[in-house]
Design a protein around this ligand. Sequence first.
Ligand code: SF4
Length: 178
Amino acid sequence: MIVSDKPPDDVQFRSVPVDPNKRGIKQKLSMVQSFAVALASRNFGNKKINTPIKQLRVLSCFGNQDQGGILPPCEHLIDSDVGEGKNYCGACGCGDKKTTWLVQEADEYSKLDYPKLACPLQMPGFTNYVVSTPDEAEEPVTRKYYIENVDYKEIRKVPVKIGEQPAPPPKEEIKTNS
Ligand code: SF4
């Protein structure tokens, strides 16, 4: 078989957009993406989360409109019927109770303070975080894409307080018949 140097006239090649995001090739992760990927890959082996992780989680769930930003709360964030001013995740399926409330700032330990915590939307700050897909960069962008590309200074402004984990109940003393 003779292979010609020139392609035949009838062969068509598909053109691709110049923007690498639209071709499914990301040249470089954004700072927030790299940070969130690194956190997720560590699988939160720590006993306690730290402030940057909670700030990312709070941004993912609550947005930043209450601090003058443009990011609305997650569509799955629901106001509690039983806890005044409390919210829970409607996509997790774990209901509206004290142990499932998502609390931004409180002394009490809340769901967002758990070192290992999954989000149904795999948002930044959670253990199961997955980087946004290229189509999420198309207007209107998704909340995940927005968070991944926000200036890191904005994340550091998110007010959070990490609740103290309650001490485990004391073990019953073992009684011996001496
Ligand atoms: S889906 Fe994720 S980001 Fe949304 S409220 Fe639930 S845990 Fe938060």
